[in-house]
Design a protein. Sequence first.
Length: 348
Amino acid sequence: MDIRRSLSQHSGPRRSPHEVLRRLADWVTPRTRPEDPVRELEQRVAALLGKPEALFFPSGTMAQQVALRVHADRTGRRSFAGHPQSHLQVWENQGYNALHGLRFHPAGDRNELFGLEDLQAVGEPLAAVVFELPQRDIGGVLPAFGDLAAQTAWARRSGAAAHCDGARLWEAQTGYDATFAEISALFDTVYVSLYKGLEGVRGAVLAGDAETIAQAAVWRRRMGGAIADAWPLAAIALMGMEVNLPRMAEFRDHAQALARAINADGFAHTTPDVPATPLFHVHLPLSRHDAQRAAQHLLEETGIRLFLYARSNPDPRRCSFEVSVGISGLEFTPGEVVELIRGLPSRV
């Protein structure tokens, strides 16, 4: 089915193979060698995050498992803590345990950011604490910078590494009065995604000190991630760093305008009320199944994809969906988004 326009970053026309290849052909020159894009990407990410070294991975799942494995081997501890809705726990089939024998401790309430007291309540010595910025599955919420600094400092004092799940760190930085390097300085290791906000095809980068990244390179090879011809993935990510990264504040501002309009209309509401980043959730007075049917009918009738999927709610009469504003999201005015959302019940 043809998608003419998409409010979902992960299904926009800009991600079509033809469009990606067209942009890649304009970027790669006859002088580009296969090793150049990967090396340039690693160097640029390391410099931007203020870390000594960085390493390309074919997936974020692999990058994060490797980071946790290295921290576990270094500390001799097999447990790590994170938010109950951490991506590592919810979306990755507990790969940390199946492949590396690690244990996960959820910290705090699943619908709120964890605090320092939640980490202290874990009790067991930890190899690492994972901080997801922003916390995607509760609406893209960010901890206050001071709270984040206190929590990472506690982790280090307790002998654990502080690891940043920065799949959306490019977007999260817009919610802080701090540079990427200042945010990353709080963490021992930082993972960033190449295909979300940067609109790449696939891939990730893990940054940290030289010793950690050297050990990570060994595990990357063991897990089959040391691919020889990664240059297309790296090149497309570099395009995103040039085009998308400078516009993250613009994306955040548009997300805030959309949220204001949705909340003012009153049919639906957002979490957070005022998004700190380009990511937020919209809560609907519809069941998940009705919302998905309505969105599918909208796509069939207009070619507009409003969201990828609806999220369930403890109240079966309600649901929510995620909005992550990128270049394609700028095509939608606040008034149009309100009209599309309000029109969902008529399309069930």
